[in-house]
Design a binder for this molecule. Structure first.
Ligand code: URA
Length: 213
């Protein structure tokens, strides 16, 4: 389905101006576009080849990513790696990033509990995501969950009805819509978790045709 009509003509992903990822990362490291930089340990920028055919977009770094300074290295990342492999995708050939580049959390004693980024934070951070897309020019972007989808395509495109579809908006690489792997980690009933995981792998498998040999 072509979803361009859902955006209206004014929808554009505003973005930073840089000619390569190193330059962009350097700019992003000084980001004060929202308040999240104040409490996070560091910026967690995307990683992977500037020539990647597939770009994976998550929500925001978690506790482990905030400390490591790399995206998807915690529990959700480990599950994502397994599912990518099952789907026939090579993570090392993808570009992996997040809609929001600083960890947002609520302190609870010694723990830091993930807190969802709000619309303003997502919009401000799309400045960096838009530039990552401009520079990498992936053949396919995989939106992992509602925050990534919102950042990429705006508020009118909803995850549930579009799940598993590859959307082809005007002036934008195609977007494969799927869930965030942390959704699978929250399912308590094991049959349901297995079923949902299989659907996630099926979704990811649709991207395999975009990763040439
Ligand atoms: N969840 C995300 O969305 N991104 C990460 O990098 C880690 C967990």
């Amino acid at each position: 389905m072509n979803v361009a009509s859902k955006f209206g003509p004014a929808f554009t992903l505003e973005s930073a101006d840089a000619t390569n990822l190193d330059q962009l990362r350097h700019q992003a490291e000084g980001c004060t576009r929202c308040e999240l930089y104040k409490n996070a340990t560091q910026l967690v920028f995307g990683e992977g080849s500037q020539k990647a055919e597939i770009m994976l977009v998550g929500e925001q770094p978690g506790d482990k990513e905030d400390i490591a300074g790399r995206p998807f290295v915690g529990p959700a990342g480990r599950l994502l790696d397994l599912c990518l492999e099952e789907a026939g995708l090579d993570r090392s050939r993808c570009y992996v990033t997040n809609a929001v580049k600083h960890f947002k959390f609520e302190p609870r004693g010694k723990r830091r509990l993930h807190s969802k980024p709000n619309a303003g934070e997502i919009q401000r951070c799309s400045w960096w995501l838009g530039a990552e897309i401009e520079i990498v020019q992936p053949k396919l972007v995989i939106a992992l969950g509602a925050t990534a989808l919102y950042s990429l395509l705006g508020a009118k495109v909803k995850l549930t009805p579009e799940r598993g579809h590859i959307l082809t908006p005007a002036n934008h690489p195609p977007v494969l819509v799927t869930i965030h792997p942390s959704f699978l980690l929250r399912i308590r009933e094991s049959d349901d978790a297995d079923r949902q995981r299989a659907i996630f792998v099926e979704d990811l498998h649709k991207a395999a045709q975009y990763q040439g040999n």
